[in-house]
Ligand binder design. Sequence first.
Ligand code: GMT
Length: 379
Amino acid sequence: MKIGIACYPTFGGSGVVATELGHELAIRGHDVHFISYALPSRLNLFAERVSYHEVTVPTYPLFNYPPYDLALATRIVDVALHEGLDIIHAHYALPHAISAHLAQEMLLPRRLAVVTTLHGTDVTIVGQDRSYLPITRFGIERSDAVTAVSEYLARVTREVFAPAKELDVVPNFVDPVRWKPDHGQRGATCFARGGERLLLHVSNFRPVKRVNDVVEIFDRIRREVPSRLLMIGDGPDRPAAEELCRTKGIAGLVHFLGNTPAVQEVMPAADLYVLTTDMESFGLSALEAQACGVPVLGYRAGGLPEVVENGTTGFLREVGDLAGLAADGIALLKDEKSWNEASRAARRRRSRFAADAIVGRYLEIYERVLADPAGGAGS
Ligand code: GMT
């Protein structure tokens, strides 16, 4: 198949999932064309059958808001015609599903199937804004197939949009060869010294991630167990988290690394992964942590309970229960046997999210929509 992938190029999960999926499809012999405004952060351009097509958005004095969605639709049409795309897979509803639908209409009577994957805030935050709700529903309904990354997200999508569309739940996946345990490797010795334990958080530092909760939990843990905290990523709440560390006098123990692509190297070195989002549709980073044998502390909210097995691969508490999560973390770090058991269980969890099975489900969906003679007009 010839598959186009429209996604965000940033470090966020939707772009990462889109990129990993594209690589896996290419390995399986499909031609994959990424279409975005910048090179996706994890994209390997040296991989066979993978190409990248940049969207440029010309400006004009009248354009107070340069229309990226129109430039994207135009680029999709261009790539579809010149590379012979069968399918465009839109990751994150806005604007990708809308641009994909527009491209589909522009190409008629030539067929271009549209598959949309809903990732999270495209439904739970952005899509629920009254300014965007009707067009998000439109994008969902006009796609030939729509997938959601968790049962939770599918449920919210049905509740909020009541779309005249079936949803397929296709969870995210993890590559167990790249994400594997390597405890005590260089990443740990760089940051945690002399027997200190290492806590890790990775996110885009948006309000939904509650990054100050990570700092609060760490502050309680480090009083009992000598440890350090690594904060990877960047976003609007990073300054507040840095300020909180200074106020608490723990700035020397907390390392803010920014948007480093080296997560894969650091992750296996962590003793605990902390993800305090109050509404995580899936929590890809928690899955990657578990694949590295790192137990997870997080909130019992959104789709995280579908990824983390409470009491087995980590601990989940009600949103805001900082003391509870800190107590769980302290207990785990103080008891080597319990930590080892949790680490082994976390690693085993990857089998539920194996790339082969999940990529196979996307391929089945692609085949289903291409075989549907009623498809193609987006109806
Ligand atoms: O929805 C977002 O906030 C952005 C999105 C992203 O691009 O980072 O993250 C979502 O998609 C990921 C990949 O499917 C999921 O693992 C994240 O849980 C989800 N984020 C949220 O729901 C907050």
